[in-house]
Write a protein that binds this ligand. Sequence first.
Ligand code: AMP
Ligand code: MG
Length: 360
Amino acid sequence: MTLPPLVLGLESSCDDTAAALVRGRDVLSSVVMGQNALHSDFGGVVPEIAARAHAERLDTAVKQALSEADVRLTQVDAIAVTSGPGLIGGVLSGVMVAKGLSIGLRKPLIGVNHLAGHALTPRLTDDLAYPYLMLLVSGGHCQFLIARGPQDFTRLGGTIDDAPGEAFDKTARLLGLAQPGGPSVEAEARKGDEKRFRFPRPLLDRAGCDMSFSGLKTALLRQRDALVADQGGLTEQDRADLCAGFQAAVRDVLSEKTRRALALYLEEAPESPAIAIAGGVAANQSIRAALQTLCDDQAVRFTAPPLRLCTDNAAMIAYAGSELFAAGVTHDMSLSARPRWPLDQKAAPLLGSGKKGAKA
Ligand code: AMP
Ligand code: MG
């Protein structure tokens, strides 16, 4: 039996410099060099700093990935790289390195959509068959997609403003908690009473599965300022209760909109009742548990990849690259970096933008 091709993946679309080696569904190595320390003084990712760091570190990430997988560069059969969407400087760094490797090694080059990488991850980790419903929920994205193939996606809905991860990060900032905000807000919420403060459940009164999260941080800001005006500051318990109320609102919106997306999806694909989530917010236990319950109630398979493959990484890019390669897709030196690149090209653009820029 011939082995599946050995694919080197590169990812540099936001603030993680990553390289990985994947053969079929085997992840031989997955190196992720984060940049939190470089951006922490600025309260968000600074595109120029990110791009420079990617350019400086990509070769180190590749070397480390080769060494951990115990393979030589000459054994690589194809090079897959995130060619969008994302911060243009970072994407360019990755594309240039991938082109150099492709020319030097005389091996095929495959440009991969970063969102497709996330969306195909449950096939890498759980061998999930097409079609399935995907909820991509991260620091920069929130959308429901029907995945039918490596280049065949239908968007059912998404956020019209902030991504949920961005809302968690802003909430943490407003309450003086550590970044990234998701884990700190979740830890506080565990000690809090979700019913003490009223948070809105935006867009639940509107049909369909579009979402909005920007109003939640405004609601939080108002409640925080009212407490400060009243008592001169926040107690530990106030902070925990605010986090719990905020998290419950995000959970309820995601859960109700997922129920609706699932109904739309099952009309199209009743033979394949499956939903998968990806993105950093998928780490949230309360959100995960709500979605798991929803799926259990409807006898729908629920897949959540392990966190290291849910957040940005290059194994997902190498894997998506393998699927494209198997489908005969390769690119030449005209491959360009695309800051915007919606997965569903036919869907009307959503209004929103994430902290990492409007993308989809
Ligand atoms: P990503 O954009 O996929 O790299 O994921 C990063 C985003 O996920 C950040 O906005 C984090 O705040 C968010 N995040 C990480 N862990 C959690 C969590 N436990 N709960 C909610 N959000 C989270
Ligand atoms: Mg991502």
